[in-house]
Design a protein around this ligand. Structure first.
Ligand code: NDP
Length: 287
């Protein structure tokens, strides 16, 4: 039987409408418009698209947004100065530095320079630590978007076998932690995992974030499993595809996210949620 397709685009639209309503309420009550600053260094075309989309999404949600474009040969010092200026800018509640940065810049130092209360990507070690102990203000956008999809679809996590393939700091690790906080029984796989298919076939909920096109095939999943594909891979024909082979997996899974139109639209949505949270915390409102 063909799997139910989880419509991330639709769920993102509904969530963004709700965020926009809450942002408008905040502004009406306090006069404060949630504000996001995005810094982009260099001219990576993919990053430029992501940044444009973030600005557009902010504006559509009634939020203030500014993009700071810096040349590819920007020095560490100049970038740090820019972050420093945004730290004290009252109109800006969230600061995001678009990654990856050019190789001569120290990404870890840049992330650490963003004040945790404006760190809407939730990459700062303080926010990472808070996620670990389950007492957080912000969640990293992609794993948070996955949790929102599961919640919207009414998918029970407690007691389920959850397998996360990929252990990056921005997706795999926090994803595993969020599933654990939701009482899933969580296994994390990576490039050194032996007999990967034996592990993925155990999953009631399988989240894949490895960056390898069509890597997970139908024979690697349990019949009826929920399959969440975080991957975004550009094929030679310029088409976007996930880490999951949709054709074979959708024949076996119970529910599955497509690429595009699955996790992708949720990532920016959760950035808006974090920006709203940052603004509320800045003015002490708990709406
Ligand atoms: P990274 O490259 O940082 O991490 C990839 C992870 O996959 C690593 O942990 C790696 O293992 C693991 N891995 C690689 N090959 C295999 C394999 N053959 N078997 C098992 N595990 C493997 O990637 P990201 O987490 O940043 O991104 C993953 C994917 O998600 C990419 O396609 C990216 O474009 C996409 N993405 C999508 C987003 C969205 O909004 N939809 C947002 C962020 C990312 P090891 O640690 O051992 O090297």
């Amino acid at each position: 039987m063909a799997a139910k397709i989880i419509d991330g685009k639709k769920i993102a639209e509904l969530t963004r409408a709700d965020i926009a309503a809450r942002a408008a309420q905040l502004e009406a009550q306090s006069g404060v418009k949630p504000g996001l600053a995005v810094i982009i260094v260099g001219d990576n075309p993919a990053s430029q698209v992501y940044v444009r989309n973030k600005k557009k999404a902010c504006e559509q949600a009634g939020m203030y947004s500014v993009v700071i474009e810096m040349p590819g040969d920007t020095t560490q010092e100049a970038l740090m100065k820019q972050i420093e200026a945004l730290k004290t800018d009252d109109k800006i509640h969230g600061i995001l530095v678009q990654l990856p940065l050019p190789a001569h810049l120290d990404e870890d130092a840049v992330i650490a320079a963003i004040p945790p209360e404006k760190d809407v990507d939730a990459f700062h070690p303080v926010n990472t630590g808070k996620i670990m102990i389950g007492d957080y203000d912000f969640l990293p956008c992609t794993p948070a978007g996955v949790m929102k999809l599961l919640e919207h679809e009414g998918i029970e996590i407690a007691g389920k076998e959850c397998v996360v393939v990929g252990r990056s700091n921005i997706v795999g690790k926090p994803q595993a932690m969020l599933l654990l906080h939701a009482n899933g029984t969580v296994t994390v796989c990576h490039s050194r995992t032996k007999n990967l298919a034996d592990v993925t076939r155990r999953a009631d909920i399988l989240v894949v974030a490895i960056g390898k096109a069509n890597f997970i095939t139908g024979d690697m999943i349990k019949p009826g499993a929920v399959v969440i594909d975080v991957g975004m891979n550009r094929l030679e024909n310029k088409k976007l595809c996930g880490d999951v082979d949709f054709a074979s997996c959708s024949e076996v899974a119970g529910a599955i996210t497509p690429v595009p139109g699955g996790v992708g639209p949720m990532t920016i949505t959760m950035l808006l949620e974090n920006t709203l949270t940052a603004a509320k915390k800045a003015i002490g409102k708990n709406l």
